[in-house]
Ligand binder design. Structure first.
Ligand SMILES: Cc1cc2nc3c(=O)[nH]c(=O)nc-3n(C[C@H](O)[C@H](O)[C@H](O)COP(=O)(O)OP(=O)(O)OC[C@H]3O[C@@H](n4cnc5c(N)ncnc54)[C@H](O)[C@@H]3O)c2cc1C
Ligand SMILES: Cc1ncc(C[n+]2csc(CCOP(=O)(O)OP(=O)(O)O)c2C)c(N)n1
Length: 575
């Protein structure tokens, strides 16, 4: 029997590891791998138009499934294009393997056509990044890469020169066949006793939960009940914490709810569970802080911590529960819940759309998306104001999922993440909240929706601006600059690309068009002309920020842009 080539063995190893898709763009140096994929049935080649899309799509698949996802790029520029999406996956700690095809091995170091040094380039956005220079290294290197991506949660990169991929393999089959590791980890008895002591002693306890609470909903609710503790969430935890939660008081942070902010600030003890919420200024200074994280290096990273323990949230809370004394004083919880109701009402009041009354408020669009979307819809939100609208108006229910570039903070993630989501879950509704800037940035991959027949629904918040940055500029007291967008007719462009294209210009058009898009048997884009200046006030303004707004107004007047000020006032004070 003919001996396998290195590329073939690589693909077989991935298939045995459960990989079902590889996202990428082909190229000479990838030919060996592409040909091996073509000749087997387990793994599908998902041909996108930009390698950044491939990496974001793989990241979305990994986020949704928890399993390894794979992307690939050809040598030099091909794999270089992966880098931003890989940073996103790495920062979001989802297991992604990137295959970076490389120039012929005998040319390395000669300054050859398309030569780069992928082992250096990807070092910063991976846990593991190694060059395969000999057939003997296969499958061991790719297996180490897979194990590292899964065990350390993040990116691993295998750099494979095109000629090595085509050589005969020495080993003939993958070595590893064990399932993905899922250990249960909990703090020691002494640590649990210390934690319980601090929580039992404290008067007002608040919980801040993050993405690490996934799979621990029951335990979280039980602990909150015993401690009579309001639960605040960080954005990454929204999809796992917010639903069926009588202790929910919303999110904190600049985009958060005032109730989330105050529940933390007013607490005597804060219990941080599986969160890397990054903004230091939103942590209380005087509370006792107890933190649980699966990774010890996270403890005390964002705020001072009085007791930090290593453990997975589910196992740790299970072990902690019998040590907690049932609290009886519910005043902190009740006050926080009432505050949350008021904050929620305040936000809901902004999400209105009256027939014929322009402009369309983006909050209203997000609300309608929330109402029309399926109970198990997957949402992908762009960085920019769509992140705000998603965080505030999309309701999670335990089945819906939420994708975004929350930690890396890259624009343009929604479309490529939606591509990965729809390929992974062909029968689920996948809806984006796209920025007009974000959509334009990776717009070429609209073509992928038709090519791969993906019925993704794109909702474009078309405000003719890089509005989030405009807001940041205003808050910093500088005049907005470089934020104007002269957009094309996105609906017509979508039609040209084989999608259903719709454009809503008045509030009453939003719902019927969205329903039409969702019911359309194929990809659809709904371009909504939304208000540009919709101030998204943080729960508390710092003195610096208040000064910032004031300075902006003065500068705007000095600059003869009083009209804009009036717009601002109309939009935000008199609506
Ligand atoms: C424009 C923009 C604005 C934003 N504004 C806000 C904002 O106002 N508010 C906000 O909250 N976020 C905001 N974000 C997102 C923010 O940057 C962070 O990404 C987010 O707060 C982190 O959420 P997290 O802590 O839930 O998730 P992660 O950052 O993913 O942290 C999860 C933590 O849990 C740990 N972990 C994982 N699994 C387990 C387990 N099984 N057991 C124990 N520990 C585990 C991990 O080690 C990690 O430390 C914004 C993002 C953007 C792009
Ligand atoms: C790749 C990248 N470039 C620039 C930025 C800085 N940035 C953050 S939000 C934003 C504006 C996003 O504009 P758009 O997609 O139109 O959404 P909007 O805020 O207008 O709703 C920019 C430029 C970024 N986060 N990522």
């Amino acid at each position: 029997m003919a001996r396998k080539r290195v590329a073939e063995l690589l693909v077989e190893t991935l298939a045995i590891a459960g990989v079902r898709r590889i996202y990428g763009v082909v190229g000479d140096s990838l030919n060996g791998i592409a040909d091996s994929i073509r000749r087997q049935k387990d793994i599908r080649w998902c041909h996108v138009r930009h390698e950044e899309t491939a990496a974001f799509a793989a990241g979305a698949e990994a986020h949704l499934t928890g399993h390894l996802a794979v992307c690939a790029g050809s040598c030099g520029p091909g794999n270089l294009h992966l880098i931003n999406g890989l940073y996103d996956a790495h920062r979001s700690r989802v297991p992604v393997l990137a295959i970076a095809a490389h120039i012929p091995s005998h040319e390395i170091g000669s300054g050859y056509f398309q030569e780069t040094h992928p082992e250096h380039l990807f070092r910063d956005c991976s846990h593991y990044c190694e060059l395969v220079s000999q057939p003997e290294q296969m499958p061991r290197v790719v297996e180490i890469a897979i194990q590292t991506a899964l065990a350390r949660r993040g990116v691993a990169v295998v750099v494979l020169p095109g000629d090595v991929a085509l050589r005969e393999a020495v080993e003939q089959r993958p070595r590893l066949r064990f399932p993905e590791p899922h250990p249960s980890i909990r703090p020691s008895d002494e640590e649990l006793t210390t934690m319980a002591g601090l929580l039992n002693e404290a008067g007002k306890v608040t919980i801040l939960g993050g993405a690490g609470c996934a799979g621990a909903h029951t335990e979280l609710i039980e602990v909150a009940g015993k401690l009579k503790a309001p639960i605040v969430h960080a954005l990454g935890g929204k999809e796992f914490i917010e639903y069926d939660n009588p202790f929910d008081v919303g999110m904190t942070g600049l985009l958060g709810f005032s109730s989330g902010y105050h529940a933390m600030m007013d607490s005597d003890a804060l219990l941080m569970l599986g969160t890397d919420f990054p903004y230091q200024q939103f942590f209380p200074e005087h509370a006792t802080i107890i933190q649980v994280d699966i990774r010890g290096e996270q403890l005390g990273r964002r705020t001072k911590v009085d007791a930090g323990v290593v453990g997975d949230i589910k196992t740790t809370l299970r072990a902690l529960l019998p040590r907690l004394v049932q609290k009886t004083d519910g005043r902190h919880l009740d006050a926080s819940l009432q505050h949350y109701q008021r904050a929620r009402q305040g936000l809901d009041d902004l999400a209105t759309g009256e027939a014929g009354r322009k402009p369309i408020h983006p909050q209203y669009v997000a609300r309608v998306v929330d109402e029309v979307a399926a109970p198990d819809a997957i949402f992908a939100v762009d960085v920019g104001t769509p992140t705000i609208w998603g965080a505030r108006y999309l309701t999670m229910n335990g089945k819906r999922r939420l994708l975004g570039s929350f930690m890396h903070g890259s624009m343009a993630g929604a479309l490529p993440q939606a591509i990965g989501a729809q390929l992974t879950y062909p029968d689920r509704q996948v809806i984006t909240l796209s920025g007009d800037g974000g959509l334009a940035m990776l717009m070429g991959d609209l073509l992928t929706l038709r090519q791969l027949q993906l019925p993704v629904k794109l909702v474009v918040f078309n405000n003719d601006a890089l509005a989030f940055v405009e807001l940041e500029m205003k808050a910093a007291g500088i005049l907005d600059f470089g934020t104007d967008l002269r957009n094309p007719d996105f609906a017509k462009m979508a039609e040209g690309a084989g999608l259903l294209g719709l454009r809503a210009e008045t509030p009453e058009q939003v719902r019927p068009m969205l329903v039409q898009a969702v019911n359309h048997d194929g990809p659809a884009l709904l371009d909504v002309a939304v208000n540009r200046q919709e101030l998204a006030m943080p729960p508390t303004l710092t003195l610096d920020e208040i000064r910032g707004f004031a300075v902006f107004m003065i500068k705007a007047v000095l600059n003869g842009r009083g009209d804009e000020l009036i717009d601002l006032a109309k939009t935000n004070l008199f609506r």
